[in-house]
Write a protein that binds this ligand. Structure first.
Ligand SMILES: Nc1ncnc2c1ncn2[C@@H]1O[C@H](COP(=O)(O)OP(=O)(O)OP(=O)(O)O)[C@@H](O)[C@H]1O
Ligand SMILES: [Mg+2]
Length: 234
């Protein structure tokens, strides 16, 4: 479904991605693990057309989307739940969700998608008229995920979805990711919670200083010395 081939990305003279290659098959959960500054968000933003790589290729569903602007990438079915949520605080929960369905691909099915999102997040349904800025952090994260779903994505890239959330809300986020996976969604998951993300993922990649240094099944990475020492403190 997604193929990233030898991607290079620079911010000025500083190289953030150095020959990064990865794939995600249809329906797969793929975890990307790495320390702060490793290039995880840069990778996601490059796939999503928010950064322009200087070399390499990104293909999605067979289309070469390298360098495409974000709105075109979204129209093709790539969703992105960005770090820091980025909801509209003064709009209601419902209005935020409706904003997610402005893509051409999503307009027709908006009512049905809204019912599905509300079923997945009963808390959002209860608070549909409430200003989004007054939601708790965990509820805002659910809203960000819900808004992404309103765009009818076929793949979702999550950037640190559990950052700053309580253990209960973190579990809730993982429950939702599992439910989306069971529905056949392709998922790229960047998570601080390395143990939980590798347990959930079929495969994963370890990113260090903009390079993929290790890849394998979630279990193989959990068992590897490098991951155990650097990311699990074992
Ligand atoms: N807009 C930018 N301009 C300049 N440098 C940037 C920019 N965004 C990221 N960087 C740099 O690129 C490198 C990779 O950053 P990135 O945000 O991709 O890392 P990350 O793995 O997502 O880290 P974190 O776990 O802290 O979110 C870092 O050294 C960062 O300082
Ligand atoms: Mg990041």
């Amino acid at each position: 479904m997604l193929t990233v081939e030898t991607l290079d990305l620079f911010y000025g003279d500083a190289q953030a991605l150095d020959g990064v290659s990865l794939t995600a098959g249809q329906g797969e959960i793929v975890a990307i693990v790495g320390a702060n500054g490793a290039g995880k968000s840069s990778l996601i933003r490059s796939v999503h057309g928010m950064q322009t790589p200087s070399a390499g290729r990104v293909t999605f569903k067979g289309a070469d989307i390298t360098g495409w602007p974000s709105h075109r990438v979204c129209e093709l079915g790539v969703g992105h739940v960005a770090e820091g949520r980025q909801i509209f605080p003064n709009l209601s929960v419902l209005e935020n969700l409706e904003m997610g369905a402005t893509l051409k691909r999503a307009r027709g099915a908006m009512a049905a998608t809204l019912r599905r999102v509300m079923a997945l997040f009963p808390r959002l349904d209860e608070r549909r008229r409430q200003a989004a800025g007054t939601l708790s952090g965990g509820e805002q994260q659910m809203l960000a995920i819900g808004r992404c779903l309103m765009g009818q994505p076929e793949m979702i890239m999550f950037d640190e979805p559990s950052l700053g959330l309580s253990p209960t809300m973190t579990q809730e986020v993982f429950r939702v990711i599992r439910a989306l996976h069971e529905d056949g969604m392709t998922i790229l998951l960047v998570e601080q919670n390395v143990m939980a993300s590798l347990k959930l993922a079929q495969r994963g990649y370890v990113l260090e200083n903009g390079r993929v240094v290790l890849e394998g099944t979630g279990q193989a990475l959990l068992d590897s010395d490098r991951v155990r020492q650097a990311y699990l403190g074992l």
